[in-house]
Write a protein that binds this ligand. Structure first.
Ligand SMILES: *Cc1c(COP(=O)(O)O)cnc(C)c1O
Length: 378
């Protein structure tokens, strides 16, 4: 379809919530994307850390095809094997304990919030300056950004914000502290390890939960399966989504054994959640990523990309393949990268360009992306 027609259809029929780039993608394979004119792109965004194994990974495609041809959906009034197996796999590779499946990141946060409130009735929540936890009313209340929150006031009561540099003030009335190990939408800011350790101690001292939001930084993105594994702090509850389904919508809230039975029959639910097709896809993704050699590759590629960008004189931050660099006009640079260099990137703000390539990106593709960025900033 001609791009002009798509723009017209959007104006006519789609709510204007997104600022889209003027490109229509029609095919993907690995780190490559193709637009409707046949141009080839390097994807260093992965749909915001979603297509963790690149586009249309054969193992994911095979799992989806097989399951879609066998059983599509029955809902949570019955048993299906893929969701039980995935729950065991996901809990086993993270906190032990138990899993609640949902369909998005915001829903994973909603579950974590409800679990913490159920455990400590009336309890308050503390979030970190610059955090992003989602767009539903509960998750939005945990997202302390004036422009996102203000039009939708009043928000859910009981949320307060700690500065990015701390301190995190916790009292007995706090149900949970919610932290992203690496802030994603906020501009790729790894949490201050001291703040994280202090939050862990404060939560223990006041019987509050430490909830770590691994929705963007989890699933191998930072070079370990979960970012908290390299920060030396284990959470009570963890949220996962984005990269879990390898492109299909699935989220999960994982609770450590001590909190695994807080939510009781009737407390929470979701019609689509834990469906066989998305769970089959997620199992294929998790099996591929939860592998020491694979994760070592992520760390190696992350170092190569960071070094390449630093070699261009750029100010780089982040962990593993969750990286960003400063640029005076980031949205313009991202637009030129897309249209002139056929490189997919994203700006998290006026001065930050974010890179989230597929975790199995090759050394050659990393070097090629650095070369294309060099052509823009040189
Ligand atoms: C994207 C994101 C969310 C929200 O996920 P949705 O699937 O868009 O609802 C929550 N937390 C973090 C850290 C995210 O990056």
């Amino acid at each position: 379809m001609a791009l002009e027609t798509l723009l017209e259809l959007e104006r006519e029929a789609v709510m204007g919530t997104y600022a889209r780039q003027p490109v229509e993608f029609v095919r993907g394979e690995g780190t490559r994307l193709w637009d409707s004119d046949g141009n080839e792109y390097l994807d260093f965004l992965s749909g915001i850390s979603v297509t963790q194994l690149g586009h249309c990974h054969p193992r994911v495609v095979a799992a989806v095809r097989e399951q879609a041809g066998r059983l599509d959906h029955v809902g949570n009034l019955f048993y299906t094997e893929p969701s039980m197996r995935l729950a065991q796999r996901l809990a086993g590779s993270s906190l032990g304990g138990k899993v609640f499946f949902c369909n998005s990141g915001a829903e994973a946060i909603e579950c974590a919030i409800k679990l913490a409130r159920r455990r400590k009735p009336g309890g308050r929540f503390v979030t970190i300056e610059g955090a992003f936890h989602g767009r539903t009313m509960g998750a939005l209340s945990a997202t302390p950004q004036e422009t996102k929150q203000a039009p939708f006031a009043p928000l859910v009561p009981g949320f307060s914000v700690a500065p990015r540099g701390g301190p995190v003030e916790v009292g007995d009335d706090v149900a949970a502290v919610i932290i992203e190990p690496v802030q994603g939408e906020g501009g790729i800011h790894p949490v201050d390890p001291e703040l994280l350790h202090a939050a862990r101690e404060a939560c223990d001292a006041h019987d509050a939960l430490l909830i770590l939001d691994e929705i963007q930084c989890g699933m191998g993105r930072t070079g370990t399966l979960w970012a908290w594994q390299q920060l030396g702090v284990e959470p009570d509850v963890m949220t996962v989504a984005k990269g879990l389904g390898g492109g299909l919508p699935i989220g999960a809230c994982v609770a450590a054994p001590a909190h695994a039975d807080v939510l009781q029959p009737g407390d929470h639910g979701s019609t689509f959640a834990g469906g066989p097709v998305v769970c089959a896809a997620a199992a294929a993704v998790l099996d591929t990523i939860d592998d020491e050699a694979f994760l070592a590759g992520v760390r190696e590629s992350g170092e190569r990309l960071a070094a390449g960008l630093r070699g261009l004189g750029l100010d780089v931050r982040g962990l593993g393949l969750m990286l960003a660099f400063r640029a005076p006009d980031a949205p313009d640079l991202v637009r030129r990268a897309l249209l002139e260099q056929r490189l997919v990137l994203n700006a998290t703000g006026p001065d930050t360009v974010r890179l989230l390539p597929p975790l199995n990106v090759s050394a050659g593709e990393v070097d090629e992306a650095v070369r294309r960025i060099g052509a823009l900033v040189g």
